[in-house]
Write a protein that binds this ligand. Sequence first.
Ligand code: PEP
Ligand code: MN
Length: 340
Amino acid sequence: MADLIIMKMDATEKEIEKVVEKIEKMGFKAHVSKGAERTIIGIIGDTRGISDETFRILPGVSEVISILKEYKLSSRDFHPSDTIIDVNGVKIGEGYFVIMAGPCSIENKKQLYLTGKYVKEKGAKILRGAVFKPRTSPYSFLGLGPEGLKIVKEVKEELGIPVITEVLSPEEVEVVSEISDILQIGTRNMFNYRLLQRVGKINKPVLLKRNFSAKLSEFLNCAEYILKEGNNKVILCERGIRTFDSEFTRNTLDLSAIPILKKETHLPVIVDPSHGTGRRDIIIPMSKAAIAAGADGLLIEVHPKPEEALSDGFQSLTFKMFENLMEEITPFIKIMGKKM
Ligand code: PEP
Ligand code: MN
């Protein structure tokens, strides 16, 4: 099995072209990544039938490697350098630290505007808020829907801050991507392959949340669905998984996922301690832990009056608590050598 062709340091452009030609002739796609020292060419497709020899004999080839994992484009073997995603000037990825904050659900314009203004002043770079809400009960508040998108547009323009909002179905991708700077795919939709394929076809960053019962390999395979369609702007988000104890926390925030994902993949890794814990009183320590574990950012729920929130009030921070969070985590981010 051949997946990666490592070219010699002195391989010529012609030799690289010949390898690409051969890959394409065999009916596969070639993914060329030119590093500072050498070029690595990946073969996209089902490579199980290709022998290493096919490529090892070509001039300029140094090594042929097979990747035993199912996910390729998302793996570090395939793409050793970190992916940095630029969202209207906000950098997301290794070396940077981004705070995305805002209400769980957008309830009205004033609520989003006030929250956005506040979190921006305190250092958040992206405003979050959902208009399409996937709720456990169909009788709960399901979001403002398309009406809410108008609010998102107005507030983002008035405040000059990029926004992230959730997309629930392939049919909504187009309208949401016209307004939202990042498309969020929630935990319940991580396995929605049609949705993953659809967002793979747009040129907008996608924040993919880990399903609450997904193994990390499943998570990476779902990211692969998006990358395979051509969209390489994928941000991973650890948001807690289900374990046996739901007495004290809503989910178990899997902190070990952070260094593992950073090792396995080149994609940015963001942590959502709001859904990960379900309780506002432990957001600060869990955020510090996430930073220490190597996270590239945080997704935090904030509400002007959490006790009146239409969703997730119990885990939303008040403005004052958000200010405290920012003060307390800043030194940790600096110690980790990340720019905010
Ligand atoms: C959210 O971020 O508001 C949300 C619904 O998250 P999750 O999909 O992780 O539950
Ligand atoms: Mn929420």
